[in-house]
Design a protein around this ligand. Structure first.
Ligand code: CO
Length: 346
């Protein structure tokens, strides 16, 4: 049983949102060739995609070829639209969530869906989260690593995930028994990264560590003790810099421990077998890094994640895990399925 926690999907078509809402910035698809489309923002090509981004049949073909039993579907982060008017972002969220729920209904043994919510408006986000879980039967949602400023609401500051306004979203998820998959987007420092794909190579790992540290230092895990949370890309830069983060907490508690007194390392796995407080996916492309993740988090907190169908992902999901011959069968079972089942509550 191989569950791929980290895969993205889009509808093949959706309404012209620039026309519908009357302002620019929305993503549209330009189906310029058979089985291919360009994701466009205005005149700019954001990304070229293939039909495996929207076609369930094509995805199942790929899964059958690579031995993936179940794909967990989430939207493509550029569609979070946290920058937009809250009501409009809600409308797009509903389109995307209804689409994902429909794909899951078509092949319930092969797909599990995660929703998206307009995080710039925590009230609307809580309501859509509740609809995702209660009406659409989803086990949780995917959210971004922060919420960018919003000209429509007049908010000029970024919200990191320790922002008090976001706490009701986490509390609602906890109450519903829903999990949260945190995926980097709108990468920190991107204005200094015009070349070399650096927002993806440097910005995303930093962004994810920023999200994890915000939740730890902000005491979020203490306020929602039962909430199940996972972070993409192996937790980004966090695992390798944990020593530095803990040292900072020890030497400058006046800066680091102002909102939460817990040593950051307490949230990781312990020698007595207790696993980490939160989950990460396995998408690190390096056996040494994955070994470290398993040691830091415990095998029951590291989920196979491939970022299908995008090129920075693992083309054959689980190949890295399979290449590590020192891992016992029970560890491999956890990484390929058990950890994700515990996260998803399935
Ligand atoms: Co991804």
């Amino acid at each position: 049983m191989k569950i791929d926690l980290h895969t993205h999907i889009l509808p093949e078509r959706w309404p012209d949102l620039v026309e519908k809402f009357g302002y620019p910035g929305w993503v549209r698809l330009d189906h310029h060739a058979p089985c291919r489309a360009k994701m466009m923002i205005g005149d700019r090509v954001f990304r070229e995609i293939e039909d495996n981004c929207w076609s369930p049949a094509r995805r199942i073909e790929d899964c059958d070829r690579t031995g993936v039993s179940v794909q967990v579907l989430s939207t493509v982060p550029v569609l979070f639209s946290y920058w937009a008017k809250p009501a409009d972002a809600l409308e797009l969220s509903r389109i995307l969530n209804d689409h994902i729920a429909g794909v899951v209904r078509g092949q319930p043994s092969r797909f599990i869906g995660l929703g998206t919510v307009p995080l710039q408006d925590p009230d609307l986000a809580c309501r859509e989260l509740e609809r995702c879980v209660r009406e659409l039967g989803m086990p949780g949602i995917e959210i971004g690593t922060h919420v960018e400023p919003n000209t429509f609401t007049g908010r000029s500051e970024h919200w990191n995930l320790n922002e008090p306004a976001l706490l009701p979203v986490f509390q609602t998820a906890e109450r519903l028994g829903a999990c949260i998959f945190v995926h980097p987007w709108d990468m920190v420092g991107k204005e200094r990264m015009p070349k070399y794909w650096l927002p993806w190579l440097v910005g995303m790992p930093a962004e994810t560590s920023l999200a994890i540290c915000s939740m730890i230092f902000g005491g979020v895990f203490e306020r929602v003790p039962k909430l199940r949370v996972a972070f993409a890309h192996g937790g980004g830069a966090f695992p390798f810099t944990l020593g530095r983060i803990e040292h900072g907490w020890k030497v400058r508690p006046d800066l680091c421990a102002v909102d939460c007194k817990v040593n950051p390392r307490e949230y990781l796995a312990r020698g007595d077998g207790r696993p980490a407080r939160f989950w990460v996916d396995s998408l690190v492309h390096d056996a040494d890094a994955l070994r470290m993740l398993i040691r830091q988090f415990g095998e029951s907190r590291v989920c196979l994640g491939s970022d299908y169908p995008f090129p920075l992902g693992e083309k054959e999901p689980g190949r890295l895990i399979a290449s590590m011959h020192e891992l016992g069968a029970d560890v491999v079972d956890q990484l390929l399925g058990g950890a994700a089942r515990a996260l998803l509550g399935r």
